[in-house]
Design a binder for this molecule. Structure first.
Ligand SMILES: Nc1ncnc2c1ncn2[C@@H]1O[C@H](COP(=O)(O)OP(=O)(O)OP(=O)(O)O)[C@@H](O)[C@H]1O
Ligand SMILES: [Mg+2]
Length: 175
């Protein structure tokens, strides 16, 4: 695991999903991911991106688990999605088979992970903090990312592309 802390600003829902997707594509199974951030900071959208990267066929089904508390999506690797917001006690998570799925070969993502941190901590999770910066801006702080996951900030990519000079227009040339 890397001790680096990655700070990325997302300027839109699409950028948040793209970041999650980039992460999901590189996950190898066995990762536990802790999502921390207040209401509406984009935790579920980031997880939608992870699901896309894991090739979950229908990502519209990725919503915060309500009645079930834990959702399982079938993809290249199984993706388990837990929302700790509705848990009354951290022990409920243990009763849901949390330890078994964390020791399995899938990917486990927990929204509101700070509410069950003592249980999460054992698995040295990748942690993702999201903060509201404006109507469509969110600051993401990613820690404990495994070395095999490389993330490039979409805004930086976009800036690099924008800096390139326009192509010269040559009459009669074929591109
Ligand atoms: N850059 C952004 N990234 C993600 N969501 C954004 C962004 N800008 C605006 N939004 C909006 O913020 C909301 C994020 O919703 P989402 O369900 O992902 O949040 P959440 O953190 O999971 O909330 P909850 O704690 O209620 O589960 C959506 O309404 C989305 O349109
Ligand atoms: Mg959510």
């Amino acid at each position: 695991m890397s001790s680096e802390c990655l700070e990325i600003v997302s300027h839109s829902v699409d950028e948040t999903i793209a970041l999650g997707r980039a992460m999901g594509k590189q996950l190898q199974g066995g990762e536990v991911i802790a999502m921390v951030g207040t209401l509406g900071t984009g935790k579920t959208h980031f997880i939608k991106g992870i699901a896309l990267g894991l090739e979950v066929a229908d990502v519209d089904v990725v919503t915060s688990p309500t009645f079930t508390l834990i959702n399982e999506y079938e993809g290249r690797l199984p993706l388990y999605h837990i929302d700790a917001y509705r848990l009354e006690k951290a022990e409920q998570l243990a009763a849901l088979g949390f330890d078994e799925i964390c020791c399995g070969s899938g990917v486990v993502v927990v929204e509101w992970a700070d509410r069950v941190w003592p249980l999460m901590d054992d698995y040295k999770p990748i942690s993702i903090h999201l903060e509201h910066r404006g109507e469509s801006e969110r600051a993401l702080r990613i820690e404990n990312l495994p070395g095999y996951v490389k993330l490039v900030s979409p805004p930086k990519v976009r800036k690099t592309l924008q800096k390139q000079p326009p192509r010269p227009k040559i009459k009669g040339a074929f591109f």
